[in-house]
Write a protein that binds this ligand. Structure first.
Ligand SMILES: O=C(O)Cc1cc(O)ccc1O
Ligand SMILES: [Fe+2]
Length: 450
């Protein structure tokens, strides 16, 4: 190796190479991976006998007949097919997890904001620790979302779960998780996200805790990368930065519990072995993770503030072009350079509804009161924008290039109005006076001075 060769990574590249031990790089690729040599049948999906005495099972995330661009399925070669895991299911308590439609309380006609929900000392597994803040659309028609906070203080042990109601986008805010999935192992921490497609079995282990984060349960079209249009072939979220785990399996016989969220209810059955028994798999329907700090934002380089859609990481499309079921949008480190421009978000009203969270740092439209771990909700066609402090500061600031640093806010934006749960409406963390933040904005109008 030549001593003069450039460093492998640019100065501001985060972490190590995309191809890390245990992950494969790319978004929506047709992957193939095996945890035992030769476990993957060659040249066909369903041989008369699979290697190692495995069972073949197809997991279809899209209708069989979906166009190629949206057709998603994987073939799993497992110790036992999922039907063998199937015991006597009983409905169990869902805790504070809610599913749309959930018209529990009247939704206030105003902005809402919550301080971070504290993580209790009590033992909470992932399933016990989900607290729904809002629901939108109708899970039964595969439209809309649930927006949740998760609080985790213990690992799931011999407990497994899959969600038939939607795919799950994890946005960790505190603590590290290991998602043991049928497809392999994903470690995820604040600054990263993980997506578990509908129907994929998992066990959530707490690597470093306690943990808190946001969870978007997407009842609609699977998250995909947004079109880049005139931006071209690069920037925003680049496909190579998405990481899907290599196959890993448990051959474990032990009294276990299988939980399934199905039709808005939680069901549980006893079983005698781990369902994370997939020795090899191939296909394009699989969980993945992504480091949000790899996102390459594109924005106004001369003047004005662009629509937040330029910061879309993933989008869940609806049947209507351009009308997302959900957009997952981030506000991450970036330079603000626009001349003669009010640089923070403008005042606006939006037909889409906006659920926001903060992973770390400060959000420029709300420098105070919106804390990491907190939530804000700006519902369909309700006015919002910078608070007094943000407005006065931005309208009087020197417009030198300025870097917003150490910040990671995000938005789950959906085409549907969001309903607040009884839990969220009754939470003592709901900021009672937030709805009136607009009142402190001053009148500056002077007809005699342009
Ligand atoms: O309301 C918000 O804070 C989110 C948001 C940010 C932005 O830059 C433009 C529009 C928008 O809704
Ligand atoms: Fe907004």
């Amino acid at each position: 190796m030549n001593d003069q060769s450039p460093p492998l990574q640019a100065e501001n590249t985060v972490g190590v190479s995309a191809i890390q031990n245990g992950y494969m790089s790319g978004f929506g690729n047709g992957f193939e991976t095996e945890a035992l040599p030769g476990a993957l049948p060659l040249g066909r999906n369903s041989p008369q006998k699979c290697p190692y005495g495995l069972y073949a099972e197809q997991l279809s995330g899209s209708p069989f007949t979906a166009p190629r661009a949206t057709n998603e399925r994987s073939w799993l070669y497992r110790i036992r097919p999922t039907v063998t895991h199937w015991g006597q299911f009983e409905k169990v308590d869902m805790g504070l997890w809610r599913t749309a439609p959930a018209p529990e309380v009247d939704v206030p006609i105003g902005p809402m904001r919550w301080d971070p929900i504290p993580i209790p000392a009590e033992q909470l597994s992932f399933l016990q620790g989900v607290r729904t803040i809002t629901t939108a659309g109708d899970c039964g028609t595969h439209a809309g979302m649930g927006a949740h906070i998760y609080l985790i203080t213990r690992s799931m042990v011999d407990e497994y779960f899959y969600n038939a109601d939607g795919e799950m986008l994890f946005v960790p805010q505190q603590g590290r998780l290991r998602l043991w999935t049928e497809f392999g192992i994903i470690d995820v921490e604040p600054g990263e996200i993980a997506v578990v497609p509908r129907g994929v079995k998992i066990r959530v282990e707490l690597l470093e805790g306690p943990a808190r984060g946001y969870l978007c349960e997407n009842y609609g079209g699977a998250f995909t990368l947004p079109e880049r249009g005139p931006i071209g072939a690069n920037c925003l979220a680049n496909p190579r930065d998405f990481l899907t785990p290599v196959a890993a399996f448990e051959d474990k016989d032990a009294p276990s519990r299988m939980y399934v969220k199905w039709g808005g209810a939680l069901w549980a059955a006893e079983m005698e072995h781990s369902p994370l028994d997939v020795v090899a798999w191939h296909g394009n329907y699989a969980p993945y993770k992504y480091d949000l700090r790899r996102y390459s934002p594109v924005g106004p380089v001369l003047f004005d503030h662009a629509d937040p859609s330029i910061f879309t990481v993933l989008t869940s499309p609806s049947e209507t072009p351009g009308t997302a079921n959900i957009d997952f949008v981030i506000f991450s480190d970036r330079w603000m350079v626009a001349e003669n421009t009010f640089r923070p978000p403008w005042y606006h009203m939006n037909v889409m509804s906006e659920f926001m969270g903060l992973v770390y740092g400060q959000y420029d439209a709300k420098p105070q009161g919106f804390s990491p771990g907190g939530v804000s909700l700006h519902n369909t066609m309700l006015p919002h924008g910078p608070d007094f402090e943000a407005f006065e500061k931005a309208s009087n600031a020197d417009l030198n290039p300025h870097k917003l640093e150490g910040t990671m806010a995000f938005m789950f934006e959906t085409r549907f109005p969001q309903r607040v749960t009884a839990y969220a409406a009754g939470s003592e963390k709901l900021q009672k006076d937030y709805g009136a933040y607009g009142h402190s904005l001053k009148k500056h109008f002077n007809p005699n001075q342009r």
